[in-house]
Design a protein. Sequence first.
Length: 239
Amino acid sequence: MRPGNALVLFSGGQDSTTCLAWALERFAQVETIGFDYGQRHAIELEARQTVLAGLRARFPHWSPRLGEDHLVDLAVLGQISDTALTRDTAIAMTEAGLPNTFVPGRNLLFFQLAAAVGYRRGLHTLVGGMCETDFSGYPDCRDDTLKALQVAVSLGMGQRFTFETPLMWLDKAETWALADTLGGPPLVDLLITQSHTCYHGVRETLHAWGYGCGECPACVLRRSGHTQWQAQRAQATPT
């Protein structure tokens, strides 16, 4: 158990739920923070509460450590963004070489606002699910970006903050494996049945890897990672 408390950037998706479980294994007290920025897959905001309730019910040893949840109204980000995550627009690549699901400044704002909440509540470890191995090239998911931001936030707040990104160098299959290591089948089942990752907000069909349209980049990545993880498990199981 690490000293101190942590604040997890928690969207209700697979990655942030896995990071929340990671933090609950390591810190005596963990709080969560989410952001309503006008995302078209706003159903993830409902999934947040379902996942939190599921974690408390299925993991009684974590429940006392899981503290207050904070939801920040960040509608201004959606208002100034013209992206496939904040508009009813087809997902495509842009001239900049990034998919139009990139919301400029999103993770930078998330961490800065989380630090402001953490400053007030004495939470100086901020945990995020950013990943540089399986990602779409988003510059605000890169390790160098977040290390630089950690320094800037610490200087600007006059207090030292630590940014933890436990998924940074994992591919999606390894993220599934990490969840299995942290919470076994109950956590994997919670990820599949309760979390939400699909960019289109589709929850009509439950696949082996979770709810989703099966076609957006988030679903494709999640499905392929699950398939790879299952294959690796099968190879590792003695016959």
